[in-house]
Design a protein around this ligand. Structure first.
Ligand code: SF4
Length: 251
């Protein structure tokens, strides 16, 4: 079997930790369409990156904000209306774009792809930005722009696989384990704002992460990708493919 490249953009820590089969599907199958989320995240990033570069948001983002090129069928999954989606994106941008402007001089590089081979393991992904100097609460290192529809907590990021991926990628690029700052724009009920979490991983964390990824790679290579029923099965994107789906209660 050809080994899937382990790609951070396709993974989420919760899936990797819960079920090898769901991890395998995420790495090898096309992602199921969930445009309401992907579109919002992509447009948010597009607007933020353009503001940091000193440009206006792209035509695509402007059109989406104006609601002129949105196909209702594409975004009406989960019964969320266009208006809901549209006002949420607007709300995030209203909060975050002034903050993004303050980062303009500190972020030198954006959207940095990485792909490293380590002991036969290929890890790839993309980093939102590298900050060259301390600015306010943000330390020099990697910055990641995020949105959240609930109040974000440090534990969401401290234990995330993405943090380990970025720490390792930063180490390979910069020669040291960088601090990772998650700048999270949240809108949760009446509460909204930006929360910053700066996380510093250690060499031991990176060693543990690489061992885990190597273990995952070996299990994928040997075809040892068993379904593991867990409380997230109800929300699994691949339950229609899962041989254990009857046991999940959704079969
Ligand atoms: S439904 Fe559950 S057991 Fe099946 S692939 Fe998804 S997470 Fe794994």
């Amino acid at each position: 079997m050809r080994l899937p490249e382990i790609e951070v953009l396709k993974l989420s820590a919760s899936v990797v930790q819960k079920c090898d089969l769901a991890t395998y599907y995420r790495l090898t199958q096309p992602q199921p369409l969930r445009p309401i989320y992907f579109l919002l995240g992509e447009l948010f990033h597009d607007a933020v990156e353009n503001v940091i570069d000193g440009n206006n948001p792209s035509e695509e983002t402007r059109n989406a904000l104006a609601g002129t090129d949105v196909n209702p069928k594409d975004i009406d999954l989960k019964n969320k209306s266009i208006n809901f989606w549209h006002s949420r994106l607007e709300r995030y941008l209203k909060i975050y774009l002034p903050f993004a402007e303050t980062l303009r001089n500190a972020i030198k590089k954006q959207e940095i792809p990485f792909r490293f081979e380590y002991d036969g393991l290929i890890l790839s992904g993309r980093i939102d930005g590298i900050v060259n100097e301390n600015i306010g609460q943000i330390e020099a290192g990697i910055i990641d722009h995020k949105t959240s529809s609930r109040l974000p907590l440090e534990a969401d990021f401290y234990y995330s696989l993405q943090t380990l991926f970025y720490s390792f990628a930063g180490y390979m690029m910069l020669g040291r384990i960088p601090s990772i700052t998650y700048a999270v724009c949240y809108s949760a009920g009446k509460r909204a704002g930006i929360r910053l979490f700066t996380i510093q991983k250690t060499e031991r964390d990176i060693e543990y992460f690489l061992k885990n990824m190597k273990g995952l790679q070996t299990r994928l290579q040997l075809g040892l990708v068993e379904p593991k029923i867990n409380f997230g099965c109800r929300f699994c994107d691949y339950k229609h493919l899962c041989p254990a789906r009857k046991e999940t209660g959704d079969g």
